[in-house]
Design a protein around this ligand. Structure first.
Ligand code: MEV
Length: 315
């Protein structure tokens, strides 16, 4: 067993398909390397957590960290180890639709497996991460776990092997944080409620979102950024109908469109968190990002799409 071992994971951005992916439709997600988590694991006299959110004995961790507590118990049990200290440092804003909880679980599991000198397998890793995600989000599709543990864009379908998906698009994505915490657990539960009280209309929306994701995949392969923008706009209108957008997200989406975005939508769980906008080029992206900041976005990032060198940068 090693003295101290380290694990890492990145944030993620869902380009298309959030919420519909819970119901078996496809979604497209990108690793978001501008935001990352690092975890370390080491033997300790008692189980201890050290993070910016909470530092102290694991038994005293707040209920908001039950997913992490459970993950560490499970790993300790499966590998029959003594107590550990787990240190977490993260630049992924929590509860902003960037997959923070999944990324923390990926980084912690990786650190633990490395500490035990056990080779990581994708299935083994995702099993632990999905257990933790079930506690965090109730009924996760698994897309956050898949996207935060990988380094390539993916086309994801629930219960299917996910497909690395080359992005080959002339365009630039702006990611803007509303500064308001999203509540993926609540929005996923609210869509499930809509599904039970208005099944026909809700299924229609979910199916259309799935079709939009398939069309987006084709648009990306054909380098059709204008078409992709239109698909993003239609997805945002449908996500509004599912009640997972809110006034702040709608406002930032409108600001992006008014300033030349080809398309804009929320990303992730919604009702807070982040929105994304597609720009035709980096200059247009910089203008949109500045206007989003002026309109109240707490933070913005740019992510190049396509096979050119990734210029993922803080603005
Ligand atoms: C959250 O990042 C994405 C959702 O579709 C939930 C999930 O797929 O688990 C809203």
């Amino acid at each position: 067993m090693r003295e101290l071992a380290t694990g890492q994971a990145n944030g993620k951005i869902i380009l298309m398909g959030e919420h519909a992916v819970v119901y078996g439709e496809p979604a497209i997600a990108l690793p978001f390397s501008a935001a990352q988590v690092t975890a370390t694991i080491q033997s300790a006299p008692e189980d201890w957590l050290d993070s910016s959110y909470f530092s102290g004995p694991l038994t005293k961790a707040p209920t908001a960290l039950n997913n992490l507590k459970e993950l560490l118990h499970l790993l300790r049990h499966d590998f029959a180890t003594g107590p550990v200290i787990c240190r977490i440092t993260s630049t992924i804003p929590a509860e902003r639709g960037m997959g923070s909880s999944a990324a923390v679980a990926v980084a912690v599991t990786r650190a633990f497996l490395a500490w035990q000198q056990v080779e990581e397998t994708p299935t083994g890793l995702l099993q632990y991460v999905n257990t933790s995600e079930k506690i965090a989000h109730g009924n996760p599709s698994g897309i956050d776990a898949a996207a935060t543990s990988g380094t390539e864009p993916i086309l994801f379908e629930r219960q299917q092997p996910f497909i690395p998906f080359p992005l080959n698009l002339d365009g630039c994505l702006i990611v803007a944080d509303t500064g308001v915490k999203g509540k993926t657990r609540d929005t996923v539960a609210d869509v499930a409620h809509l599904m039970s009280v208005a099944p026909t209309a809700t299924k229609q929306i979910i199916t259309r979102l799935g079709d939009l994701t398939r069309e987006a995949k084709t648009a990306i392969s054909a380098n059709q950024s204008y078409h992709l923008g239109n698909l993003m706009n239609e997805a945002q209108a449908l996500l509004q109908q599912l009640s997972v957008s809110n006034g702040t997200l709608d406002h930032l989406v409108q600001v992006a469109l008014n300033n030349g975005a080809l398309g804009a939508k929320l990303t992730g769980g919604g009702r807070g968190g982040c929105m994304i906008a597609l720009a035709s080029d980096p200059q247009s992206a910089a203008i949109i990002a500045n206007q989003l900041t002026a309109a109240g976005a707490q933070e913005t990032w740019l992510q190049a799409l396509g096979c050119r060198p990734a210029v993922s940068a803080w603005l």
